[in-house]
Design a binder for this molecule. Structure first.
Ligand SMILES: Cc1cc2nc3c(=O)[nH]c(=O)nc-3n(C[C@H](O)[C@H](O)[C@H](O)COP(=O)(O)OP(=O)(O)OC[C@H]3O[C@@H](n4cnc5c(N)ncnc54)[C@H](O)[C@@H]3O)c2cc1C
Length: 286
């Protein structure tokens, strides 16, 4: 189908973009890589009056070292997340998950900002950002503000971004020594969306997992932290068996969808199994 008519602007600075977006109010939308928005426009599931194209804002692309954290610009493509040397050195989980997103053609256009702002619970990057305890930076007419993932992802395809706000960056704490990671994604075919995904981080010390962080993809309307499994993994022996046992409650507190692709109970089973595998991988035990 052909999208409904809309006005289009392509600002050359962030200030201009915020101004245009604010002036458009609820009827204006940002377009970044267009990989999610264009299909919605063509299906007429979205019909903004104004599109603000932020594709020309080079200032929002790239990764910067900010001491104890990396700052990833909102317009950084998913493709560049895979190979960026800073990300690979300090936050390799992002590169690992980015490599599972869609296919290379989509990854070259799609952006981290678009992926997070779209807030699809089957998206891989929202889960990873949650597990990494990152901070999202939204810039509106009042300047930038920082939002924790638990506050940013509000509901299915819904975020805390206010009209006029652009997701300009993500601030990701660097992983210190001893931390390992693994992203496990169960997908029906290569390059497909996750039926369930698990992002695990583990800090290993003296043959044990000293600390664990686990995010679940597609186990609710927003990315979910598997807090019960995180608590069970802390102090567990860094072995496959012990971490599979720690993952037994990984689905606690989740509300997975029950749809044509998978039943909710099956997703719960996957969450437990994949969490055990992801924890073992993160702890260097499997
Ligand atoms: C065939 C296909 C397969 C896919 N498979 C996967 C997959 O396996 N895993 C996965 O995680 N994703 C997958 N995706 C989704 C893809 O990663 C997203 O389309 C993409 O990340 C969205 O980014 P974008 O830059 O294209 O955003 P756009 O499509 O431009 O925008 C998406 C939404 O975010 C808003 N937006 C964009 N940027 C900003 C910003 N900086 N600030 C505020 N709002 C903003 C837009 O207004 C719009 O509402 C798939 C997509 C397709 C088409």
């Amino acid at each position: 189908m052909i999208p409904a008519q809309f006005d289009y602007v392509r600002p050359s600075s962030l200030a201009e973009a915020v101004q245009a977006l604010s002036a458009g109010g609820e009827d204006a939308k940002v377009i970044a890589g267009g990989q999610s928005l264009l299909p919605l426009l063509r299906l007429r599931l979205a019909h903004p009056d104004l599109l603000v194209d932020i594709g020309g804002l080079g200032e929002l692309a790239g990764v910067r070292d900010a001491g104890d954290a990396l700052v990833i610009g909102g317009m950084t493509t998913i493709h560049s997340l895979i190979s960026d040397p800073l990300i690979r050195e300090h936050c390799g989980l992002i590169a690992a998950a980015a490599g599972t997103v869609a296919d290379p053609a989509i990854r070259h256009r799609a952006t981290i900002g678009g992926s997070l702002a779209h807030a699809d619970p089957a998206g891989d990057l929202p889960t990873v950002i949650s597990a990494l305890d990152a901070t999202l930076v939204a810039t509106g007419p009042g300047g930038p503000r920082e939002i924790a993932p638990a506050d940013f992802f509000v509901d299915y395809l819904t975020t805390a971004l206010a009209p006029g706000e652009i997701l300009t960056a993500v601030r990701v704490p660097k992983l210190g020594p001893g931390w390992g990671f693994r992203y496990e994604k169960f997908q029906p075919t290569a390059q497909a969306w996750a039926i369930v995904g698990v992002a695990a981080l583990a800090r290993r010390a003296d043959g044990q997992v000293a600390e664990a962080r686990i995010g679940l993809t597609n186990m609710g309307t927003v990315p979910v932290r598997a807090r019960a499994a995180e608590a069970a993994a802390a102090g567990a022996e860094a072995s496959r068996e012990a971490l599979a046992a720690a993952a037994a409650n990984a689905d606690e507190g989740t509300d997975p969808p029950d749809d044509l692709r998978a039943a909710a109970d099956y997703r719960r089973h996957l969450a437990r199994v994949l969490t055990g595998r992801a924890l073992a991988g993160a702890a260097g035990a499997g």
